[in-house]
Design a protein around this ligand. Structure first.
Ligand SMILES: [Mn+2]
Length: 354
């Protein structure tokens, strides 16, 4: 572990342990928050935190703002998830009395996100809880406090949560396998695999691989994780992906690749909202392309942009211009309105920046 990680993960571990004690005494529950348009890393890191907290006999749930994507179902983590806007008795109880199993949410942990505006329906719940701990590797954070661990150099929030688990085990004299359940370990591995692009991005450090190795020991299954998150696809997804690829337009000496996928094409192919997930990085990998953007329209009319760059384009700043966020080489945003008008606006702004 890096020197810097040791100090920060220990501080965060002690914060988690004091939250566990506070919540235990008050007979409350901890909620863990993640960003909307959930991905492997926010889901993995959040499940890791829930596993740590539950290992001390305290109730905790991931307040997931949308349905878990089908390609993550293999993780077997439904026991960790609570959907505030879901159609369940638990959601009804929460909407009436703001309690889960009769317990009030006494503390919040957010992973892979620090900003409630990107938490979807869970954002206002996060805002309403006073005690907060934030674990994130996105650079776009303006305030710092002792209750935050932000490290943009770390591959993933999941890697950070693994270090927190290690410290929690060390401080309390437990074995890490008592703190991280096998399904949580698998979810953490999925998070690292997602954010490192299967250990191919420049954020893959030696300790990232060591962490992944330990997680395999704890119950992660690397081939199952990679197959489900990257390779496996339904026929409709394959066909929509092919269509989106065939519609790519190139601009500015072929440095910018753009494809626009209206909802009608999802319907035509019978694909779900994740139907074009594999397209943007494939576009970015075309020789000479610096910037790739996929615009998709969801069933509810919401628009989503995925932004990837190769060497120098700041995706995070570009996405922030549309109210989104992310990393230097990978970012995203949500928008509303007409998808073709959004595309024109995107092209204009790219021309001004690229
Ligand atoms: Mn992440």
């Amino acid at each position: 572990m890096r020197e810097r990680y040791k100090k920060d993960s220990e501080r965060t571990a002690r914060n988690i342990l004091s939250v566990i004690e506070k919540v235990r005494e008050a007979n409350e529950v901890v909620l863990v928050f993640l960003h909307r348009s959930v991905d492997g890393d926010c889901v993995g890191s959040a499940c890791g935190i829930v596993s740590i907290i539950r290992s001390f006999g305290v109730d905790a749930y991931v307040a997931i703002p949308e349905e878990l994507p089908e390609n993550m179902e293999f993780l077997g983590i439904s026991e960790y998830l609570f959907r505030p806007d879901g159609n369940t008795d638990a959601a009804k109880e929460f909407s009436i009395s703001r309690t889960i199993n009769g317990k009030k949410a006494g503390a919040a942990v957010s992973t892979d996100i620090s900003d409630s505006s990107r938490m979807g329906v869970s954002g206002e719940i996060f805002d309403s809880i006073d005690t907060k701990i934030i674990i994130d590797h996105h650079a776009s954070v303006t305030t710092r406090s002792d209750n935050m661990w932000i490290d943009p150099d770390c591959s993933s929030a999941s890697e950070m949560v693994y270090y927190v688990a290690q410290k929690v085990a060390e401080i309390t004299g437990k074995d890490i396998s008592e703190v991280l359940a096998p399904n949580a370990s698998k979810a953490l591995l999925a998070g690292i695999v997602t954010d490192t692009g299967r250990f191919t991005f420049t954020n893959t450090h030696p300790e990232t691989l060591e962490t992944a190795g330990s997680l395999i020991d704890l119950g992660g299954n690397i081939s199952q994780v990679c197959y489900n998150l990257f390779d496996r696809k339904s026929k409709p997804k394959f066909q929509l992906s092919a269509k989106a690829r065939s519609q790519v337009r190139f601009f500015f000496d072929d440095k910018f690749a753009l494809t626009v996928v209206p909802y009608s094409q999802f319907v035509e192919c019978g694909a779900g909202p994740d139907g074009v997930d594999d397209v943007v990085s494939a576009m970015r990998d075309i020789d000479g392309v610096e910037l790739a953007i996929v615009l998709r329209e969801l069933e509810n009319g919401e628009l989503r942009g995925n932004v990837r760059s190769q060497e120098y384009f700041d995706c995070s700043a570009f996405a922030a211009g549309f109210g989104g966020g992310g990393h230097l080489r990978a970012a995203g945003f949500n928008a509303s309105g007409d998808i073709n008008e959004l595309a024109e606006e995107v092209i204009k702004r790219v021309q001004a920046t690229l």
